[in-house]
Design a protein around this ligand. Structure first.
Ligand SMILES: Nc1ncnc2c1ncn2[C@@H]1O[C@H](COP(=O)(O)OP(=O)(O)OP(=O)(O)O)[C@@H](O)[C@H]1O
Ligand SMILES: [Mg+2]
Length: 302
């Protein structure tokens, strides 16, 4: 039987008294597109660093394609591609030089590096920047180059730590189209972290982590489906003053700033209309809509 692409068992990372990752158990199949989601500081990057052999776990074990990260980190690094949350490019070197350097690290023959690099440079529209120092690129161009660098050696497993942060919508779409094609062509496994949950909706499976622990995991559509058919959002200047009255009808609220979010036990527009009328000017707006992955995130973090 082929080993899973990524496996973690009881993975822990402590920094002094602080536990950043508190026992991560994970199994990602070959070719799977997996999303690790969670708020800032949840332990996503730390988990990726341990899974990719760059950070030593305090306890537990991790493997990539059956290779233990502690036993043979070099073999692990040959099989993976890494796009870090913080750019790993050399700003003094040009676009082409960065790619060539990466090719050297992975022992790619120069003509193959050149061929793949030119293809990636074209694909990401970086032709005019080919010989310019990376320091002169825009944030989005740098991110595209980071991704090109991460896939140049055609890794079996690609770790993408917030690959599209700060990018405009066309750039994000271009990157996802590219990753999708690469997955289809090569069967590459992808482990993604992102705060853009619309992107995570395309994952085969996602896991939500909080304070270093997985608190919920599954297929995105199933997790969204578990929330019910509709979400009711009520905004008010002082949400706490109307909360109890709304909860009596709509069930427990989840509060974010001036918005109360509900998963009503049943679809009852007449009752909702009567309720909002009775609250009058104390509320600002009411929205009824289908749930999405952002709602899963909101409810899991309550
Ligand atoms: N080298 C370190 N020394 C001490 N604490 C650290 C170190 N690296 C990370 N941490 C802490 O571990 C926790 C998890 O950090 P991590 O970077 O894994 O979070 P994250 O989920 O990637 O967050 P974000 O969404 O902001 O990128 C944070 O509280 C962070 O401050
Ligand atoms: Mg991070």
């Amino acid at each position: 039987m082929t080993a899973p692409a990524v496996r973690a068992s009881g993975l822990v990372k402590r920094y002094g008294d602080f536990t950043a990752v508190a026992g991560l158990d994970l199994e990602i199949g070959r070719g799977e597109f997996f999303g690790l989601l969670g708020p800032n500081g949840a332990g996503k990057s730390t988990s990726i660093h341990m899974l990719s052999s760059l950070v030593q776990p305090s306890a537990g074990a991790a493997s990539v394609c059956g290779i233990d990260t502690r036993v043979d980190p070099v073999a692990v690094r040959q099989r993976i591609g890494l796009v870090f949350q913080d750019s790993a490019l050399d700003r003094q070197l040009s676009v082409w030089e960065n790619l060539r350097f990466s090719g050297l690290l992975y022992d790619l023959p120069l003509d193959e590096t050149r061929e793949r690099a030119e293809h990636l440079i074209r694909l990401f529209g970086l032709e005019e920047k080919r010989d310019k120092p990376v320091g002169s690129l825009s944030g989005g161009q740098r991110r595209a180059l980071d991704i090109a660098r991460g896939v140049l050696h055609r890794p079996e497993v690609l770790f993408l730590d917030e690959p599209t942060i700060g990018l405009d919508l066309p750039s994000r779409r271009r990157i996802w189209r590219f990753i999708g094609q690469l997955r289809a062509e090569t069967g590459m496994t992808v482990l993604l972290t992102t705060h853009y949950l619309e992107e995570a909706a395309d994952c085969d499976r996602v896991a939500f982590i909080r304070a270093g622990r997985i608190v919920l995991s599954g297929e995105p559509a199933a997790l969204v489906g578990d929330l019910g058919d509709e979400i009711v959002e009520v905004s008010a200047d002082q949400p706490e003053t109307v909360r109890a009255e709304l909860e009596a009808v709509l069930g427990p609220a989840s509060v974010e700033f001036e918005t109360l979010s509900f998963r009503p036990p049943q679809h009852d527009p007449a009752r909702l209309a009567a309720l909002t009328e009775s609250l009058g000017a104390r509320i600002r707006s009411v929205v009824v809509r289908r749930p999405n992955l952002n709602d899963v995130f909101l409810w899991v973090n309550q």
